[in-house]
Design a binder for this molecule. Structure first.
Ligand code: SF4
Length: 325
């Protein structure tokens, strides 16, 4: 059963024009950060969202927990369209949906004790007395592995290692007992030696609290350890979705093939020199006509620059947006 479903969701950000540009043109231009995406996440599933920087992953994640409002489309959460919720309804919804930011240092107040930072999520929702919030925060510190809680509660963020700060970030996310958590590059800012501990923590929390995750990562090697399915984004669109093993062992879309070939221990079946995409990701203000990937695609042919491929079901639970399929 789907816990969350995106239906034809778009997020466009208006581009601020300089004074001279505004004299010559009145036409508005937009960064098409997310441009017509549809996907579902099943209850209890970990869906990975992968792609290069600028592909729209973080914008998608922020819309999923309604930190951002979509420009168009529906986001169905547990049977209800949350795309345009506001006010009290949105505040109550936020108890059920949480987001962990990529950089734990900048997402924690440097002057707030970490125990208070975790308890603050309860205060903002008007839950409990000060003492009750402290008690719950201490319990949460233990759950995320900052034990004994009494020795961590009063510490400031600068007194913690990167991995410990990431644990605080997860603590703040789970204290409200959410159902769905979006984690944005949760191990991008921690040492390699700590990565496995944070991924294990995520997995343990999932089991203990029955969580569903959207796991945002540009690092496909890491995503493989925690995700059930992977969706690949390119320039604001989803271009392939498949279960973890299929997409790593037999990626279909030429862009997915390129990403897989960039993993440090690549699948030897993929010919690396053919697979790596050429050049840089184009501007999301004026994406290429036809298939957005065609200027970089080693398999492009005439139709690709004219007609935009749609994401379609190719069997075995896989979908791909490419004229080759
Ligand atoms: Fe390449 Fe054409 Fe497929 Fe796009 S539609 S990925 S350009 S082959």
């Amino acid at each position: 059963m789907a816990l969350i479903e995106f239906r034809k969701v778009k997020k466009y950000f208006p581009v601020q024009k300089g004074f001279i540009d505004s004299l010559f043109s009145r036409e508005e231009s937009y960064v098409k950060a997310v441009d017509d995406i549809s996907f579902t996440i099943e209850k209890g599933e970990v869906l990975g969202l992968a792609g290069e920087s600028g592909s729209g992953k973080t914008t998608t994640g922020r819309m999923a927990v309604r930190l951002l409002k979509p420009t168009e489309g529906e986001i169905i959460y547990d049977g209800e369209d949350i795309a345009s919720l506001g006010g009290k309804e949105l505040r109550l919804l936020r108890r059920r949906l949480q987001f962990t930011f990529q950089d734990p240092t900048s997402s924690l107040n440097p002057r707030m004790k970490i125990g208070d930072a975790i308890a603050d999520a309860l205060r903002l929702q008007g839950i409990g007395t000060k003492e009750e919030r402290r008690e719950q925060s201490e319990e949460t510190l233990e759950i995320v592995g900052l034990s004994p809680a009494s020795s961590f509660y009063d510490r400031l963020p600068h007194q913690l290692s990167g991995g410990q700060k990431q644990r605080v970030v997860f603590g703040r996310a789970i204290i409200l007992k959410p159902e769905f958590v979006v984690t944005d590059e949760p191990v991008a800012m921690v040492d390699v030696s700590i990565k496995a501990q944070i991924l294990n923590l995520m997995t343990d929390l999932k089991k203990e609290l029955n969580l569903t995750y959207l796991f945002i990562s540009h690092d496909l090697a890491t995503a493989r350890h925690v995700c059930d399915r992977i969706a690949i984004m390119y320039l604001g669109q989803i271009i392939e979705v498949a279960d973890r093993d299929s997409i790593y062992e037999d990626p279909l879309h030429p862009y997915s093939v390129g990403l897989m070939s960039a993993i440090p221990i690549p699948n030897p079946a993929i010919k690396k020199t053919e697979a790596v995409p050429r050049g840089e990701i184009p501007s999301p203000i004026n994406p290429p006509n036809g298939c957005r990937f065609h200027p970089r695609c080693p398999k492009a042919f005439d139709r690709c620059s004219i007609e935009e491929p749609v994401l379609k079901d190719v069997g075995d639970g896989r979908s791909v947006a490419c004229h080759l399929y």
